[in-house]
Design a protein around this ligand. Structure first.
Ligand code: SAM
Length: 329
């Protein structure tokens, strides 16, 4: 079992499979991609599979593939199939994507063993979509959501980063979208992880405000009084309509005390927190020919260094050593 020095059990591994992205979301990659990792530094599928196998043997139950845009990694379904072999110890294999190629690949990903899919969508308006992401792909994202539903990835989760003055006027529209399509809309507070370093506190829309705006139009009921190690408070619509709402408020309602997550970047660095300022080089250790038991010890040792909490709200906050597209959300 992986336990950190604050007695938190780590059950959730996020693996970034690439640092490349085909979107240019202003809250993530506003000025294009920073220099990408050299190809030879990126973990191969076999290395990811080996690392995942070790993590699962140490009690990891959930793996989420992310990026960059994970669907840009060629033949992702091959990696999904390799990791899916770790079930049933691995209980949940998920993907976070901007929807790229999902209409074509949803079936094959399901067949390969993917359990769940989260698709990012920050606006329902075509013009605004281009402004936020830098590309004209709103229709493709809608198609991706439909494809995910058709292939049984229910409930499809949709991530929307809510930023003051950009899309906070769409909260009720998003709730209506959830009711009409049956998806779970998850609203995320804007975090200081953008490569442009343009984040400021006044652009954060607090989770409480998000809840109140939606609740005043479509009354919400909390699904579960405890959220365990989940990031989101989850709500259903009180009138029984389909769909749901999730609110993720890492800035205004920090939930680090219950964190169960650890991350592996595309270039093989372990990160114990989204906001870590140091990383731990698993890749070089694997490539140096370390034995499996040495790698186990390394991972256990690194886990002990997991930070007690992020320091976004502290005066001495130091930004993470890498930005979101490298870390993997
Ligand atoms: N490309 C994929 C996608 O768009 O979902 C996966 C990677 S993306 C980094 C993962 C999630 O992080 C997305 O839902 C995205 O909206 C979120 N994200 C990126 N930058 C963020 C920020 N500065 N604050 C909060 N969430 C952010």
């Amino acid at each position: 079992m992986l336990r950190d020095s604050h007695n938190r059990i780590i059950r959730d591994l996020r693996i970034s499979v690439t640092d490349r992205c085909n979107f240019r979301c202003f809250y993530c990659l506003p000025h294009g991609e920073p220099p990408l990792a050299r190809k030879e530094t990126i973990l191969s599928f076999e290395e990811i599979e080996y690392a995942a196998d070790i993590f699962v043997s140490l009690g990891i139950e959930k793996i989420r593939l992310t990026g960059g845009e994970p669907m840009l990694r060629r033949d992702l379904e091959t990696l999904v199939a390799k990791i899916a072999k770790l079930k049933p110890q691995l209980k949940d294999l998920a993907l976070t994507t901007n929807g790229f190629d999902i209409p074509r690949k949803a079936g094959i990903l399901k067949y390969a063993g993917l359990d769940r899919m989260t698709i990012s969508l920050d606006t329902l308006d075509t013009h605004r979509f281009r402004e936020i992401t830098g590309v004209d792909s709103l229709e493709e994202v809608f198609e991706a959501i439909e494809a995910a539903k058709e292939h049984g990835f229910e409930p499809v989760k949709i991530n929307a980063v809510i930023v003051r003055g950009i899309n906070d006027d769409e909260l009720v529209d998003f709730a209506l979208f959830a009711r009409r399509t049956g998806v779970e809309m998850r609203f995320i507070e804007y975090m200081p992880l953008d490569s442009g370093h343009d984040w400021s506190r006044d652009k954060v829309v607090p989770g409480r405000e998000i809840f109140e705006k939606i609740n005043s139009v479509y009354p919400l009921e909390l699904k579960d009084a405890s959220r365990g190690s989940e990031t989101a408070w989850k709500y259903r619509f009180a009138d029984g309509e389909p769909g749901g709402i999730g609110i993720i408020a890492p800035v205004t309602e920090m939930f680090c005390g219950a964190c169960s997550r650890i991350r592996l970047t595309a270039d093989g660095q372990i990160r114990t927190c989204l906001f870590s300022t140091v990383e731990h080089n698993l890749r070089d250790y694997i490539r140096s020919g370390a034995t499996r038991s040495e790698l186990v010890e390394f991972i256990q040792h690194v886990t002990l260094k997991k930070e007690p909490a992020h320091r976004i709200n502290e005066p001495d906050f130091v930004p993470a050593s890498r930005t979101m597209s490298f870390i993997g959300g």
